[in-house]
Design a protein around this ligand. Structure first.
Ligand SMILES: [Zn+2]
Length: 89
């Protein structure tokens, strides 16, 4: 576990970065490098892991409810803000 201790310094910065990429990650729009970065962070950060799971679940729910409609970006933004409040608030 020693290799992870260096993250302590700037944990919140990493989380912010991770959460910013999370939406792209869920849409499969990240580069392979970003994907690995997000995956790695999620595996080591409970906060972001629960955010990821919440968003993932939400996306599935939206998909089920209206498979021909795209989720309005405003709603996604609103949800993301809520999640950020949850994490950083
Ligand atoms: Zn995090």
């Amino acid at each position: 576990m020693e290799q992870f201790t260096k993250n302590n310094e700037c944990e919140m910065c990493e989380c912010e970065e991770c959460l910013q990429m999370l939406e792209l990650f869920l849409d499969n729009e990240t580069t392979l490098e970003q994907k690995n970065q997000v995956k790695f962070h999620i595996e080591n950060c409970e906060h972001c892991k629960s955010c990821y799971e919440a968003e993932h679940q939400l996306k599935n729910t939206i998909k089920e409810q209206g498979s021909n409609k795209k989720c309005p970006s405003e709603i996604m933004k609103c949800i993301q803000n809520k999640i950020k409040e949850m994490v950083f608030g």
